[in-house]
Design a protein around this ligand. Sequence first.
Ligand code: TRP
Length: 335
Amino acid sequence: MKRILSCMQPTNNLQLGNYLGALRNWVKLQDDGDSECLYGIVDLHAITVKHDPAALTNATRSAAAAYIAAGVDPKKSSIFAQSAVPAHSQMMWLFSCMTPMGWLNRMTQFKEKAGKKKDQASLGLYSYPVLMAADILIYQATHVPVGDDQKQHLELARDIAASFNQHYAGGDTFFTMPEPVIMGEATRVMSLRDGTAKMSKSAESDMSRINLTDDADTIANKIRKAKTDPGAVPSNKEEAEGRPEALNLLTIYGALSDTSAEASMAEFGGQQFSVLKNALSDLAVAKLTPITSRMNELLTDPAEIDAILAKGAEKARALSQPTVDETMKLMGFWS
Ligand code: TRP
């Protein structure tokens, strides 16, 4: 049986990229039926930068509502907050001590996020990938759906697993080697203002992204104003070359219509961008507004969401505990 684990940081502001690149795929994997699915909200990862405690609590609840509204079914999948399962932090220390700094120095996400102010970045930002390895390995996850930008972190988790297996498990496969699952079209949804930057919940301009909480008018307006170029809509991949904004809109249309960027090119190629934008705006509104309204409805009953998170955490603790106990034993610790 497959065990699927994936996570997202808590935010009130999940956007189209999170839906197309992650949530939608999580639902498909859940509904495939032959796997145990765990979907975490990684609130411990969210404090690598300064945070407000009350806002964090709310963001975690709101992310849970977004998971459910997008189709993650708490009866089939475990939805939990990372902080409610102590094993994540516990295992992280153990892994920290077997992770050479040289491995972390290679992580491109740290370099990007720390920028020129490396000395001011927190130790947590630096060791973020070790916590992520713990997230994955404590559940013996076999498959981990992630975006392209997380492949390097997953590789690190595999290196840590291999190192543990070698040093403490006599070469046995104690920790399962997790496989990345990079799924479907539009795993990488780009900014509406800059086709070379990832659509991000933290980008400065709200016009750069479509939030799961945007109403129909806002979605339509953002798509109408999305950056394009003076040409006509490209008809094929060659014509789309060097035109990231055009390709992005076509990719999003392909993903939302369950086809592909190529199919969108065949449909809209040679026409004016306004034609594509109108169609995209209708489609995005049709697909996203039911999610938004379900999410808002769920958020009117926070106690219900909290109960779902409590149940998910209980399951997650139970699934990880045997691995934690055995790891402690193999390393010579007391329990
Ligand atoms: N680092 C991931 C991201 O930014 C989130 C994450 C944390 C994650 N732990 C994980 C994803 C474990 C998959 C599995 O998208």
